[in-house]
Write a new protein. Structure first.
Length: 487
């Protein structure tokens, strides 16, 4: 019998430069500094400060004004690779950073309280577990995949692929599942769940067992749909229990936290200091953008290591021990050069991306009025700077900008467009805010279904379809009307 099999293989392997670059781009300033320290400790061929004999050509890692005429460099190439499927397909624009693109020393030392400390708290907890290097890398990647509400909303296979393509970590689903069990031991209980059902089960199984808890686990595990739809008659019949028993059990379930990460965004959040990655100032009516100078360290390859390499080349007697030593030296020199190239391209990518965002939202940055915020999606900026959408996303999701109106997370400037009844484009951020206000003011004994919400917003000048209301409501983490009802 003839059998046909279709197999796909990843034939393109990622270079160390590509992996370095994508890891570095997503790091904010403080995390970047920590990564720099780690690299300096691991690689003695990498040194800070200005090299007196200019190891590199002057325009290799210099910040002089002559960069205005810069037309190219040894960029980290990622040709023929789609970043969404593999890593990066970016062709970084020919651009060099100038001296006045960096903030002054005084500006660098003003930390701000960051509300984004949830993930760091989880990492701190991970440090109490004894894990080997590979398991720790997997666990830390899983923590990075947890959203602000405490969920991992990706399949295990997607996580395996993403670790291979973006981090150079090659593992399988079995190991990821094993590390997920470790994540599920972290606090708050329920963190790292893939869906609401798993989140509630994790919390119930961490409680002291009793009759009500056992029944609650049985309901969530085996009759979750009936529970979510509030089909209480079906539950009474299925488990042959009294109404009082069901009421006590439901009360136990209602005490659980459906958003285990949400507590870190309230008043009791743990805060950590962050340093804005960019600063925008208004000078004579013009916007000026600076990249925090801490993102532009002065690095060069060790002169001593280069001299050792040169000595070996000139030596006639090349013993095996010398060959082993020179192989080590070459590896460290290559690694240092790769790291410097990655940092240089990281600077270029960060600056051109934020510069495009600043000009796109120029009206807002000049007057500070949120109503001046224009609808803007990742593709708008990607098209302006010639980068991949995924690269722009990495910049927007993890970086802060210090503006005359406060320090803001860059991703807050992105929103889709929607037309009002006047035919004008308005930001979906504005519409979501109005929708949220309407739902907060509703009678919780008779919550408004999506079609009624659509009618109310239409009366307010926003003709939006019911399915769009449902989409915005889900993005705001607001449940359907039935689940908002109070007994």
């Amino acid at each position: 019998m003839l059998k046909q099999n279709l197999q796909f293989k990843l034939s393109q392997k990622l270079s160390p430069q590509q992996i370095q670059l994508m890891k570095l781009i997503q790091l904010p300033t403080l995390a970047f500094e920590q990564r720099l320290l780690e690299e300096m400790n691991e690689n003695p061929a990498l040194e800070t400060g200005k090299d007196e004999e200019e190891v590199f050509e002057k325009d290799e890692f210099d910040n002089n004004d002559e960069y205005e005429d810069y037309e190219g460099s040894d960029n980290i190439e990622a040709e023929d690779i789609n970043i969404d499927e593999y890593l990066s397909n970016d062709e970084t624009p020919d651009y060099k950073l100038q001296t006045n693109n960096y903030s002054d020393e005084e500006e660098r030392e003003n930390p701000f309280a960051s509300p984004v400390s949830f993930h760091q708290d989880l990492i701190n907890q991970l440090n109490t577990f004894i894990l080997n290097e590979t398991d720790r890398e997997i666990a830390e990647f899983l923590v990075g995949s947890i959203d602000d509400m405490g969920y991992i909303r990706r399949t295990v296979q997607d996580i395996v692929d993403d670790m291979a393509f973006t981090q150079g970590i090659y593992t399988d689903e079995k190991n990821v599942e094993r590390m997920l069990h470790v994540i599920h031991e972290l606090e708050p209980s329920g963190v790292g769940a893939r869906d609401l059902q798993e989140c509630l089960l994790l919390q119930l199984k961490h409680k002291t067992p009793n009759q009500d808890i056992a029944l609650a686990i049985d309901i969530i595990e085996n009759q979750f749909e009936a529970f979510t739809k509030k089909h209480y008659d079906k539950l009474l019949q299925k488990f042959a229990i009294s109404q009082d028993q069901l009421k006590k059990t439901i009360h136990e379930i209602e005490k659980l936290n459906p958003k285990p990460g949400g507590s870190f965004t309230g008043n009791n959040k743990i805060t950590e200091n962050i340093v804005p990655d960019f600063a925008i100032r208004i000078n004579d009516g013009e916007l000026e953008l600076t990249l925090n100078g801490r993102n532009a360290p002065s690095l060069h390859v060790s002169k001593d290591y280069q001299e050792m390499m040169q000595t070996y080349k000139e030596s006639r007697d090349k013993s095996n021990s010398q060959k082993d030593a020179v192989q080590f030296i070459k590896q460290k020199l290559d690694s240092a050069k790769w790291f410097i190239d990655a940092i240089k391209q990281r600077q270029e990518t960060l600056f051109v991306t934020m510069n495009a965002i600043m000009h796109f939202q120029q009206e807002f940055f000049l007057d500070g009025e949120e109503t001046s915020m224009k609808p803007m999606i990742l593709k708008d900026i990607a098209d302006m700077v010639g980068l991949d959408i995924s690269t722009v996303s990495r910049v927007a999701n993890s970086k802060y900008v210090d503006t005359p109106y406060g320090t803001k997370l860059i991703k807050e400037f992105f929103s889709e467009a929607m037309k009002n009844d006047q035919g004008e484009d308005v930001s979906t951020l504005e519409i979501k805010k109005i929708l949220q206000n309407v739902i907060e003011a509703e009678d919780k004994h008779k919550p408004l279904p999506d079609d009624q919400l659509a009618e109310i917003l239409k009366e307010k000048g926003y003709p939006i379809a019911r399915r769009t209301i449902a989409k915005y409501r889900e993005q705001l983490d607001i449940p359907v009307a039935r689940m908002r009802k109070k007994i």
